[in-house]
Design a protein around this ligand. Sequence first.
Ligand SMILES: [Zn+2]
Ligand SMILES: [Zn+2]
Length: 563
Amino acid sequence: MKHRTCGRGDIKKWPVSKEDASLLHKGGDFLSNTEDDFLSKEEGDFLSNTEDDFLSKEEGDFLSNKEDDFLSKEEGNFLSKELEDFLWKCDEHVDKKLSQFCHDHSQLCCSDCVVKIHSQCRKVTQISELTNSQPTGLEGLSVELETVLVEIKTLQISQVASIQSLQRTYKEHSAVMIEQMCGNLYTYIDECDNNSVGKSGGNEQYLKEEMCRNVVSIMNEFDNITAKELNEMKDEVISIKRSVTSSIHKCTSLHNDLSQFHEIVQKIGDNKELCLIASIKCKHIIQQALTLLGKSGKVFNVQSNAKHNVRIPSDSYECSITGICVLTDEQVLVADRGNKRFKLLNQQYQVVSHWDVARVYVRDMCQITPSEVAVALDKTPSNTHNVQFITVTQSQLTLGRKLELQHGCTGIACHQGELFICSGSALYKYALSGKQLCRLYEDRSLGYAVNKCAVSPTGNRLYITSWDKLHTLARDGTLLATFSDPALECPWGLHVTPAGQVLVCGDWSRTVLQVGWKGQSKLATLATEEDGVWRPMAVCYSSKTSSIIVGQWRDNILVFRVE
Ligand SMILES: [Zn+2]
Ligand SMILES: [Zn+2]
């Protein structure tokens, strides 16, 4: 077989008649319509809006701020009238000046705030009365600001890189798929060439038509299977890119705020009231930055708890919920391993539809985009392992592409298009295309040594549950911390919130714990058997409803409202 390289133009160079050509054009829709549009337009948007701005303007800002500080120190430290006004301004009521402080909310208030928001609060004091009792600690804040500024910048750079890598993955994968299709075509044409040697005139027309039909069928197969999968992946890339871009913009805006406070802290002078206001506002902005960095450290406080039955009449076994994802419109998709089916819950957590997976064990589930999940499946009789993509639109489940794995598939997590898959004894990283990128971690000691995984919001940390421990790994798989606790027997499902709060289920201890983002210490036992917890297998946090949803080996799920 001759192996030719393939470009899109090659197909059109064949010596074929007009009719044949139009027949050929019916195939290969994907080639003619989709690819270029996506790559050129999206790529263009990205380059023109985000990256350039970021690299030139932001970088510039960052450098110039530093420089300004040095210059101003030489010139003499003073706060401009503009910055002074900015400090005095109420965030809620822009034309009002701050005058008081609410201790209940730890918030600065103007006179409008006091009347409209804090009228019921127990302790509201004049700012002037506080200046002697509250240390401002501005020097410490200055150091903290510098650290956070660098971290936000690093996050932004890594997010830009992750979008670029995601687009590259898509481009490479589609190129490989198109190359493969062309290979099939050429193999077929070569076969035809060899078969037709020596055959005479009468058959020529027939052979040509036969050839066109077969070529069209090869191209149609490409359109119906491969192009569909490529389009699915393209939609994922666009959706993920949208959310990462919005996070990049948040970084930009926070970086600007942090820089401004850095300047203020350097120049503020000794006006006690102004120093106090600056320190309170500064702490607030640092907290916002830490939340974006997944280091909020905020401990959940459980307000209420409710049980919701997820058993349906056709269930043969007790429910065993091994995966939970909160989708768009607050619909919840749960994986019921016991009954080998998925169940879609409405906002009231009632089962509104279900989808069966015969002879398959659902081991875990993770979110890819707001409407798409990836499910870790083990097939029972054949012992094959898959990742199945599923899209939910208007209460309908649609099966997407399926990745075949060469190893077990006990846990799955996704971060900006990168898949992390636990095999039971190792943690692997995969591209969205299904290409294995690397093995990050291995522990062959026990059956469930690498069981379930979760990723921090920045992608900097990976968490895995391992028999009786919770391990925390760096991005490259280096073990950073190991946590165990009597209240966490047989840790199973785990979840990281967008602010970086780590939630872990203790299967045997019948508990749900919050662990610090460093993975070193317990922050709280959020729920126990007394709250109805029974062999919890999966946990998920919903930001919109501020709830923690717990799936267990029982017919009900638990929903904890938290603050
Ligand atoms: Zn106000
Ligand atoms: Zn208040």
